[in-house]
Design a protein around this ligand. Structure first.
Ligand code: SAH
Length: 598
């Protein structure tokens, strides 16, 4: 067997058949830009949809003798071997390459199983001798090769351009390429990274003068895959407080096979997502977009095409400044079924936790959710600051607003907004890391800088913001700002701790990968544990990211306390087994007062 990569862009390709296998061939061909004709007497719904969108020329009828000869590449995937054989014969006699699904004898070419990350493709094939082995090997590679490989390849392509332009000898060029590979690929773990520009700069030292980086065209490649398409649930995780994840969101997460999540969603992730579920972090923190949107879309398509139940977990609500709409479009274009599970958006919840009702009968009758990120930069729509400034009975909630706050405020003031309008900024609203700054509009930017507010944060401007001073229900709770890991043996104390204002991380023991992610998402204050086994399990985690050295042990009963003592856990507190939660709350408050770092 001779492997090739075919450029099918703009070529006429024929797929005979209307079932799942044919559909996958059609989708793969479309993604590579082929002009696809499908012939099927009873086409499936997704195929009809693609036809209705004008993406496929669909002939809803039987295959006619000889018609395969008009195409560049021919696929047969009907459940009738005689039809498949006829298509194969016609193609052969016209001198065309033909593939018949699951029938090597009728094929003049076969398709490899493949793993795709952006433009990087790894193909696996066995000349038809052991397809089962190929499938398993592909699956293994699919698990081992993270989404970063697509970006890595892009950066390799950029690097190649630069090396080429630097006027080096062939030997020097090869040395640069070796350097790139050695520095960016972990060959043991099969992971890769994208080197920052300044690092690449250093690799040229002694190898002539590097040229300025070439802008690369955006990656439009979408991966194509095998197997029937699974469902993708676009789930809103809510603003951070784990209690604000919806029931349906939780259900989808516990039943998923793969979860693709943003950093913002980490604190609200259920810790009991089973250990075998694949978890993909695709970043998205202010200022850091480690995985480009194209790659995220491609990952969702790839996982779903592999037949998986996928959850795309996003902070807040998926359709509120989360690019959820773009992901839904990508799924629709790939013919993948999806659903949306809305979430509690931070723009409403964070103000609520800061004591600000976004509407109020006598004060504000309109709420505007806006992004202060200048989408106008890339030709997008502009915010009409003049209209916003003119309405005194409205609340303005600004997402992604920390860095652009000074510009926003000056635009509003220039447009005539009252400088004494109440305003606030809420950082990490609804979580144990919540910080609120209250000031009049004109003073807000200065106060925000002075108080060291950082993303994620949003601003609230409007008459109701003054309530923050009076309706601060959260700040009045004794355990506000405390983040406690609660092990299963102490679960009966959970609801009281939570009502006292603590953020709880309810972990299973043994710990799951999801629990580790949640624990590391925000700093912890303490662990509430019962029995020696729970102490052992959590002690093993100390020292990991998110674990300050002073995470307290709250031991329920003597055995836990003895074990924590043996392990040198410090600070260490013991409460009697069977203690009631109010006792524990009181003890934690007392300990915090003694050591105010909480
Ligand atoms: N889809 C999300 C918003 C994503 S945009 C939602 O519906 O909430 C990211 C921005 O949301 C951040 O820059 C910040 O402005 C805001 N944000 C998200 N979570 C937040 C939180 N817990 N507190 C304050 N702002 C938050």
């Amino acid at each position: 067997m001779f492997p090739v990569m075919l450029n099918v862009r703009g070529r006429r390709c024929l797929v005979v058949g209307g079932g799942g296998v044919a559909l996958r061939k059609v989708s793969s061909l479309l993604q590579e830009g082929a002009l696809v004709t499908a012939i099927a007497p009873e086409p499936s719904q997704p195929l009809l949809r693609l036809a209705a969108q004008g993406r496929v020329a669909l002939e809803s009828r039987s295959y006619r003798d000889g018609e395969a000869s008009e195409y560049a590449l021919v696929f047969a995937a009907t459940d009738d071997r005689s039809v498949n054989a006829k298509v194969s014969r016609d193609a052969e006699s016209a001198g065309l390459w033909v593939n018949v699904a699951d029938d090597p004898e009728l094929c003049s070419f076969q398709l490899p199983a493949r793993v795709q990350r952006g433009s990087l493709q790894v193909a696996v094939a066995s000349a038809g001798e052991a397809p089962f082995a190929v499938r398993r090997l592909r699956q293994l590679l699919d698990q081992r090769l993270g989404p970063e490989w697509g970006q890595w390849l892009e950066s390799a392509a950029r690097f190649r351009e630069r090396v080429r332009a630097a006027g080096l000898s062939p030997g020097e060029q090869e040395a640069c390429f070796d350097r790139f590979f050695v520095e960016t690929v972990d060959r043991e773990r099969l992971t890769a990274r994208v080197p920052p520009a300044h690092e690449v700069e250093g690799w040229f030292e002694g190898h002539g003068e590097p040229q300025a980086a070439q802008p690369t065209p955006p990656d439009t490649a979408q991966p194509a895959e095998t197997a029937g398409a699974g469902l993708v649930s676009l789930v809103g995780a809510g603003p951070g407080d784990p209690g604000l994840l919806t029931l349906r969101g939780r259900d989808r997460l516990l039943n998923a096979q793969a979860v693709v999540y943003d950093r913002l969603a980490e604190p609200a992730m259920p810790c009991d997502i089973p250990a075998q579920v694949e978890l993909y972090c695709v970043g998205k923190e202010a200022g850091h977009h480690p995985v480009p949107q194209e790659e995220i879309n491609a990952l969702l398509v790839r996982l779903a095409m592999a037949g998986k139940r996928v959850v795309r977990l996003k902070g807040g609500d998926p359709y509120v400044f989360g690019r959820g709409g773009e992901e839904a479009e990508a799924l629709r274009d790939a013919g993948i079924p999806f659903e949306v599970v809305p979430g509690v958006t931070s723009g409403i919840a964070a103000p609520a936790y800061a004591g600000i009702p976004v509407t109020h009968r006598r004060e504000a009758v309109r709420v505007t959710l806006l992004t202060a990120h200048e989408s106008a930069k890339d030709g997008g729509p502009q915010v009409r600051w003049d209209l916003l400034a003119a309405d005194p009975h409205a609340t303005l909630v600004g997402y992604m607003g920390v860095t652009s706050l000074p510009t926003v405020v000056s635009r509003l003031l220039t447009a005539g907004m009252d400088p004494s309008t109440p305003a606030a900024v809420v950082e990490r609203g609804t979580t144990s890391g919540q910080k609120v700054v209250r000031a009049s509009l004109v003073d807000l930017p200065g106060r925000v800088v002075a108080s060291g507010i950082q993303a994620p944060a949003l601003f609230v401007i409007g008459p109701t913001a003054h309530h923050a001073d009076r309706l601060d229900w959260l700040g009045d709770l004794p355990l506000a700002g405390t983040r406690l890991v609660v092990a299963p043996g102490a679960a009966s104390l959970a609801s009281s701790l939570e009502q006292a204002g603590a953020e709880l991380v309810m972990v299973p023991v043994p710990l799951t990968p999801a629990a580790r992610i949640v624990m590391a998402a925000l700093p912890l204050s303490g662990c509430v544990m019962h029995g020696a086994a729970e102490v052992d399990a959590l002690d093993a985690e100390r020292g990991d990211p998110g674990w300050p050295h002073d995470v307290a042990a709250w031991c329920v009963g003597q055995r836990a306390a003895t074990r924590a003592h043996e392990l040198g856990w410090e600070p260490l507190h013991q409460v009697p087994a069977g203690t009631d939660a109010t006792e524990l709350v009181r003890a934690i408050v007392a300990a915090r007062t003694r050591a105010p770092q909480g």
